[in-house]
Design a protein around this ligand. Structure first.
Ligand code: AVJ
Length: 366
């Protein structure tokens, strides 16, 4: 039997949970038999991936590592605990944060075209969050092709559960298989599914540094089969004022989102950080085409990371980097992606050309 060429249908037995909207939760490393075992016999399930079986230890280890560097930083994936995921949804509603609305408008205008081009396919979404944007695309796919397997992957279990509620309620014909884990969980899974369309919305790719991005596309290309698709949302380079406003909303939601990472450390590590001295900072670096986000400490602090019995001194005025958000130029991005075997089938932009959605087709064999 070919390694690829299996559909999710063959991997997962598809039965329904009648009457109630509770996904079955199981813990497993993602991949062939374990996945099969974990979710066989259910319509709707959330599987916990191996890499976050101990989320506290994972967070503590990572924080201790990145706080020991100069400059200090924290990994952006830890921004999305239950509260952080809610705050991010709120960011998306802020008038200055045009990204979500721009992308949603593109999806609305072109979902049918995308659906016709890619054909019946399993839809895998990386960093799905609340899955709000995906709802429209799922509607179009089920209208065209009937039962559609939807595999959202997200670091926040709370966000996945919320997404499950929304999707299961609205879409009878969607088989929801949530994976609670980081992006890397997608790779072994994608190895086994074709035809597949991977969706990566919101310009979340922009959180990766250049090296990380290169590794991401290399791994992705390796596990996709010729003819599979990738639907990528990217924020485009534009004037500094518009960009900086999007990351410094007047209502202070983005500031609360950044601060929540430190509140989370207080909650989970008993870090003892005085949150009053944590100031959100987001600036556009024109040269590197990226927003640089972090927390500026107005006072000296000792941050305790108790689970690993370490502490870190932050001096007054020091910045801890939390995120980068890279901005793209289509002229560079399209040839860059073609270097990994992705042919650009569609380039869609919103009416203000602020944001782009690329439909990429894998043209290389594995
Ligand atoms: C989820 C990474 C796409 O970079 O615009 C928004 C995260 N951080 N405001 C972005 C974010 C602060 C967002 N991404």
């Amino acid at each position: 039997m070919p390694r690829h060429g299996r559909t999710v249908e063959e991997i997962i037995t598809d039965k329904r949970i009648d009457g109630h909207l509770a996904p079955r939760t199981s813990e497993a490393a993602i991949g062939g038999e374990l996945l099969n075992e974990a979710i066989a016999g259910n319509k709707g399930s959330i599987v916990k991936a191996g890499d976050i079986l101990d989320p506290l230890a994972d967070f503590a280890r990572s924080a201790a590592q990145t706080l020991a560097r100069n400059p200090k930083s924290l990994e952006p994936r830890f921004l999305y605990d239950a509260r952080g995921s809610k705050l991010f949804d709120l960011i998306c509603e802020q008038p200055e944060y045009y990204l979500t609305r721009a992308e949603a408008s593109i999806l609305e205008d072109h979902a049918s075209r995308i659906c016709e081009i890619v054909g019946p396919t399993t839809l895998v979404e990386l960093g799905s969050g609340s899955s709000v944007k995906t709802s429209h695309i799922l509607r179009v796919f089920t209208d065209y092709y009937g039962m559609t397997h939807y595999v959202p992957i997200d670091i926040s279990k709370a966000a996945l559960e919320q997404a499950y509620q929304n999707i299961a309620r609205q879409h009878e014909a969607v088989n929801f298989i949530g994976i609670n884990g980081s992006y890397e969980c997608a790779f072994p899974l994608l190895n086994q599914i074709t035809p597949v369309t991977v969706m990566f919305f919101g310009s979340s790719i922009g959180n990766f540094g250049e090296e990380e991005e290169r590794i991401f596309w290399t791994s992705m290309a390796k596990c996709l089969t010729r003819g599979d698709y990738f639907l990528l949302g990217v924020d485009l380079v534009k004037d500094t004022e518009t960009l900086e406003a999007a990351y410094n909303d007047k209502a202070g939601v983005t500031a609360a989102f950044t601060r929540n990472l430190f509140a989370r450390m207080n909650r989970e590590f008993s870090s003892n950080i005085e949150l009053d001295c944590v100031e959100h900072e987001a600036e556009y670096c024109e040269q590197r085409q990226r927003i640089e986000i972090g927390a500026r400490f107005t006072k000296r602090q000792i941050i305790e990371v108790k689970p690993v019995a370490q502490s870190f001194e932050i001096s007054a005025n020091e910045k801890i980097h939390t995120e980068i958000s890279r901005k793209y130029r289509l002229d560079n991005l399209i040839p860059y992606l073609s270097g990994f075997g992705f042919e650009t089938s569609l380039v869609l932009t919103d009416s203000f050309k602020r944001f782009a959605l690329l439909l990429l087709r894998m043209v290389k064999d594995r």
